[in-house]
Ligand binder design. Structure first.
Ligand code: AKG
Ligand code: FE2
Length: 354
């Protein structure tokens, strides 16, 4: 999602045989991947295929995970493991086997935020101190259907587009079911959060993190929270995703250990606003390693750019006044692209005085 300049793919840097990362990928000391807590594990919630007999205990687990982490794994979610594998394999085959000259034909448009296609760098700015991510990605526009045009996606493997379409459909249904459970876990009508979001805009980003010769100095993806409603993420067995967890001894980074066939649910900033801060969006980042390329697939579910998001009235009262001012989603996204997260959660700009 780089907005300016000639794109450089991280994979081509590594293919050139460099033993040190170029200076623009070196993080300042305070952002380097230290301060990890090896003992903590993010919650895993068994959805029992949405069997209503388990609903109450599931709601309780969701409430707990959303308050404490803003992230949790789900198992028995109803998506066939073969589809998760097919998506991972299709992504890996594209990044590993498709020649760079072919991949570049899909380059996303420079100068346009979140444009569809093959790219690198998470964000931009006019800020000279910007540090780049050790990551390449492919972004797919998938919902509403008017945005979905599989002709823009790779066809390096003959079933790539079909698999992505299938995955997109399944993820949207799962996201809707999860938003219903998340609403109910707050005592709200099951449609509450989805009603606030409106028509779901879905993007699927396949991220590829090449091996990095200096993982202690770099980040695959800098610290951020996703700005939409909910992200569903799968990764391969390499590992490298970390979530920020608060605790008595201060904030610590916790590695999300790959859990076979599970899907990671990450709450985004709009869910934090809608729930008036009862549930927090999850701050996360990706670290690199020197040995193996890593792949993840993040499916974002967001409001339309024109929708105004604000805390739902049911969660506002005298003892819990509105915490955030309303924001037009498109304005929220543009402010992020203009300023970048810059160590501060973007959402904090919306905090009302209490
Ligand atoms: O690669 C990962 O695990 C994280 C990806 C991510 O956070 C994103 O694309 O927003
Ligand atoms: Fe993210």
């Amino acid at each position: 999602m780089e907005l300016t300049g000639e794109p450089i793919r991280v994979q081509s840097i590594i293919q050139s045989g460099l033993s040190q990362v170029p200076p623009e990928y070196i993080q300042p000391p305070q952002n380097r991947p230290i301060n990890t807590d090896p003992t903590a594990t993010i919650p895993a919630i068994d959805l029992f295929n949405f069997n209503t007999n388990h609903r109450n205990s599931t709601l309780e687990s969701i409430s707990h995970a959303c308050r404490g982490w803003g992230a949790f794994h789900v198992t028995n979610h109803g998506i066939p493991p073969s589809l998760l594998d097919a998506v991972r394999n299709s992504g890996l085959t594209f990044f590993n086997n498709c020649p760079m000259s072919e991949k570049l034909k899909y380059s996303c448009t420079a100068g346009t935020a979140a444009s569809e296609g093959y790219g690198s760098r998470m964000l931009v700015s006019s800020n000279d101190h910007e540090v780049l991510d050790w990551r390449d990605y492919f972004d797919h526009h998938t919902f509403p259907l008017s945005r979905r045009n599989p002709i823009n996606w790779p066809d390096f493997t003959s079933d790539y587009r079909e698999i992505m379409v299938n995955y997109s459909d399944e993820m949207k249904i799962l996201a809707q079911k999860l938003l219903a459970l998340i609403s109910e876990s707050l005592g709200l009508q099951s449609s509450c959060i989805e009603d606030a979001v409106g028509d779901i805009y879905q993007n699927i980003t396949v991220s590829y993190y090449p091996p990095c010769p200096q993982p202690d100095l770099t980040l695959g993806l800098q610290s951020h929270s996703d700005f939409g409603a909910v992200t569903l993420l799968i990764q391969d067995d390499v590992g490298g995703l970390q979530v920020l967890k608060d605790g008595d001894g201060g904030d610590k980074w916790v590695t999300v250990k790959p859990l076979s066939d599970a899907i990671l649910v990450l709450l985004g900033d709009q869910t934090e606003i809608i729930t008036n801060g009862k549930y927090r969006s999850c701050v996360h980042r990706a670290v690199t390693n020197p040995d193996r390329a890593r792949l993840s697939v993040a499916t974002f579910h967001d409001p339309a750019k024109t929708v105004k998001i604000f805390p739902v009235s049911e969660l506002i009262n005298d003892s819990s006044p509105a915490k955030y001012r309303g924001v037009v989603y498109g304005d929220y996204v543009s402010s992020w692209y203009t300023k970048g997260p810059d160590g501060k959660r973007n959402i904090d700009a919306l905090l009302l005085e209490s």
